[in-house]
Design a protein around this ligand. Sequence first.
Ligand code: TYD
Length: 132
Amino acid sequence: MKYKLLKFNIMGDDRGSLISLEQSKNIPFKINRVYYIYGTKTNVVRGKHAHTSLKQVVVCVNGSCKFLLDDGLKKEVIELNSPDVGLYIGKNIWREIYNFSKDCILIVLANKQYNEEEYIRDYKKFIKTIKK
Ligand code: TYD
């Protein structure tokens, strides 16, 4: 699985909404790390990398942004703008995140702890890795 959208169940009642994310249930891996991205300045492009082994699920819990996803063969743009949708991104996918709304908050769940060594931050190197 390279990437796909996951739809989360909303446990809503007359007080509002609640969504629960659980490892190996609605999140397809064991969660070892959570980080969040917020206060992103206008016109910033984040990401611009791929991972050789990391799996992640990104949830835009507030606001909106766009993801450019590239598997080395085709590119696709996905807009995230809803807290009940998660974007699963597997290994070897180049991603660029842009068009952040001022109020955009992204929560990212990852199956591994941070390790700069499994990042590919050079696009040409990414294409070479994919072809291997
Ligand atoms: P960076 O990889 O540039 O973020 P993005 O890919 O979303 O644009 O990360 C910014 C800084 O934060 C960089 O110095 C690495 C560090 N960082 C951690 O220490 N732990 C983490 O879990 C992440 C995602 C980043």
